[in-house]
Ligand binder design. Structure first.
Ligand code: ADP
Ligand code: MG
Length: 476
């Protein structure tokens, strides 16, 4: 049977502050357990929360960068539940009146078609502590260093239709929060993690199917794998006549399986109510506009600029502009090579190499200026495209200076016409059959002769020059 996969993501993203959301304890990583805490974080009686203004500004930056409406007034609420790593017995979050609503994230267009993921809301909340089940099988240890760390939760509409799109959305979102300085979004440090809501329906159905929510996925690979295995599980249930039970799931990476953690709680179970310890968050429209003005260029504006400034095709411009770091890398290279050529090399060769490793441009060792120089050398016929591509694959992860590498490896293209003509003459003299075939109208023979010239020049001849010389010599 044919199923449509429907996915909505809830992303928890750690704001880049030095101190916690409501206390002056430091936000740290790798600190000894319970050494980055204040009295408030461990819920000592008599302590009161005070909002970290810096966290609010960063949350607003993220909200504006994703085209949300930022509300001048929002409310902190208590989300009540019991867990050892939550000493207060409630998490401070936002519920009925969140900071921001209704934005969107545009994904890199495929086949020229725009892809937009709508956001439901972005709200601020504090992180919980960590329960550690280590050493003994009966004891649970609690580390409250993370308790009170400022987060935003970014909730998407159920607009995603595949695991790959979900991962793409997360990558794009992570680039955006990084680009505006709201978060370092380092997944390995738990600064960017997501819950994936998944359901199935028949294509064309008006209503969504019952969803399950897979909790706490902290790598792109796990997000994709967990969604795949949950889709498999739901498909099997539905195709054997069963029904999906709305539940909270975990993902067991080792067995590549999702498992039921608990039957889904409803919002009612959390007894949300406005936190009486905190006044409403009020921010003026003027201040919101000031923050908007201080944002770096966002992807829609960048796409338009790439089209106007560099003459790129719309889909190429969008493909580069939706990824701020990649866009900046391209622009630095375009200062040295031609912009269109640099764009082609990025979109074709660089992206392919990054995808192969599942890497981001930030992980590449190659400086964009060196990349631009390599593209220019290829465009000027100083190195063949084939050799340039091979150098690029290597330099991307090792860095280096293209000119020096070309010299060192003797890869400089032979474009010296005199030298090439001599080689061409040798090839013509030594391949009478192919020459005769070409003269008799077999155009393919020219490729064979070109191949012979390339071989004798160890692939360093400029193919265009070789073709031109051979055609001229053979009267083609
Ligand atoms: P909760 O707070 O209980 O998790 P929400 O209504 O806030 O519930 O929804 C959470 C997420 O679930 C959102 O990202 C939304 O897009 C997604 N979602 C809602 N319905 C479905 C569905 N039928 N299939 C997949 N995702 C869904
Ligand atoms: Mg949820």
């Amino acid at each position: 049977m044919n199923w449509e996969v429907v996915i909505g993501l809830e992303v928890h993203c750690q704001l880049r502050t030095r101190s916690k959301l409501f206390s002056n304890a430091p936000v740290s990583f790798g600190e000894a357990p319970n050494h980055a805490i204040a009295a408030l974080d461990i819920a000592l009686p008599g302590t009161l929360p005070v909002l970290n203004g810096g966290a609010l500004e960063l949350a607003i930056r993220a909200a504006l960068a994703t085209h949300c409406t930022v509300h001048e007034r929002s409310i902190f609420a208590r989300k009540n539940y019991f867990y050892p790593d939550l000493p207060k017995g409630y998490q401070i979050s936002q519920y009925e009146e969140p900071l921001a609503t209704g934005g969107h994230v545009d994904l890199e267009p495929t086949d020229g078609a725009p892809r937009r993921v709508r956001l439901t809301r972005i709200h601020m909340e504090e992180d919980a502590g960590k329960s550690i089940h280590a050493g003994s099988s009966t004891d649970t240890l609690v580390d409250l260093n993370r308790a009170g760390v400022p987060l935003i939760e970014i909730v998407s509409e159920p607009d995603l239709r595949s695991a790959a799109d979900a991962a793409e959305y997360l990558r794009t979102l992570r680039e955006i929060v990084r680009a505006v300085g709201a978060s370092d979004a380092d997944m390995e440090k738990g600064q960017f993690r997501c819950d994936a809501n998944v359901s199935l329906r028949h294509p064309g159905d008006a209503r969504f199917g019952t969803r399950t929510e897979i909790k706490n996925l902290n790598s792109f690979r796990f997000v994709e794998a967990a969604i795949h295995s949950e889709v498999r599980r739901q498909t099997e249930i539905l195709e054997s006549g069963g029904t999906i039970v709305q539940a909270t799931m975990g993902y067991d990476a080792e067995r590549d399986r999702t498992y039921t953690m608990r039957i889904k709680e409803n919002a009612d179970d959390y007894r949300y109510f406005p936190d009486p310890d905190l006044i409403p968050v009020v921010i003026s429209a003027a201040r919101i506009e000031e923050i908007r003005a201080s944002l770096p260029e966002l992807s829609a504006a960048r796409t338009a600029r790439f089209i106007a400034q560099y003459g790129l095709a719309a889909h190429d411009a969008a493909a580069l502009a939706t990824k701020p770091a990649l866009g900046a890398w391209f622009e630095a290279a375009a200062k040295i090579a031609g912009a269109k050529s640099a764009a082609n090399w990025v979109l074709r060769d660089v992206l392919a190499a990054l995808n192969e490793r599942g890497a981001e441009i930030a992980q590449a060792k190659l400086a964009p200026e060196a990349f631009g120089a390599l593209v220019k050398l290829a465009d000027d016929g100083k190195v063949t495209a084939k050799n340039a591509r091979e150098l690029l694959a290597e330099m991307l992860w090792q860095g280096g200076d293209p000119e020096a590498l070309i010299a060192e490896r003797g890869l400089a293209a032979v474009s010296d016409t005199g030298a090439l003509e001599a080689v061409a003459d040798e090839v013509i003299a030594g391949n009478e059959k192919a020459v005769a075939a070409f003269r008799a109208g077999d155009a393919k023979s020219l490729n064979f002769l070109m191949g012979q010239v390339m071989r004798r020049t160890q692939g360093k001849a400029d193919p265009a020059a070789v073709r031109e010389i051979l055609s001229r010599r053979l009267g083609g």
